[in-house]
Ligand binder design. Structure first.
Ligand code: ZN
Ligand code: ZN
Length: 124
């Protein structure tokens, strides 16, 4: 029997997730359900179950987990001078061609020197 007495909690967490149309963190979901007596461990477990069942996408964002229902991409540009990370909204890559398959989601970490740091350097 997979239906446990915690089923209502899972259902409630599932509903909370549906409220996010973009990406969210564990804390965001927890913030919506904590007043109803649902613990953060339950939220964690539910999200990792969904992840295992491939019903949800998972990315690493600034050292913490970021989830998304939609098949999205997640790209960071990290500056090695000022240590700032910025999100890049949309990266167009011919991934279908490269992989020969159908790409559903991807994560990229780009490293380099940001615009601001380049400007400081060139004025030296
Ligand atoms: Zn991120
Ligand atoms: Zn920089």
């Amino acid at each position: 029997m997979r239906r446990s007495r915690n089923t209502w909690q899972k259902e409630r967490v599932g509903e909370a997730i549906n409220d996010f149309d973009k990406s969210f963190r564990v804390e965001d979901v927890y913030g919506k359900v904590k007043t109803e007596g649902i613990g953060i461990a339950t939220v964690y477990r539910y999200l990792s179950d969904l992840r295992e069942e491939k019903q949800i996408n998972y990315f690493m964002c600034d050292g913490s987990a970021l989830y998304s229902k939609n098949k999205i991409q997640h790209t960071h540009f990290h500056c090695s001078e000022c240590d700032q990370s910025t999100h890049i909204q949309e990266v167009k890559l011919p991934l279908g061609k490269i992989t020969g398959g159908k790409v559903e989601s991807f994560q990229l970490d780009i490293r380099g020197i940001c615009k601001n740091c380049l400007q400081v350097d060139s004025s030296k």
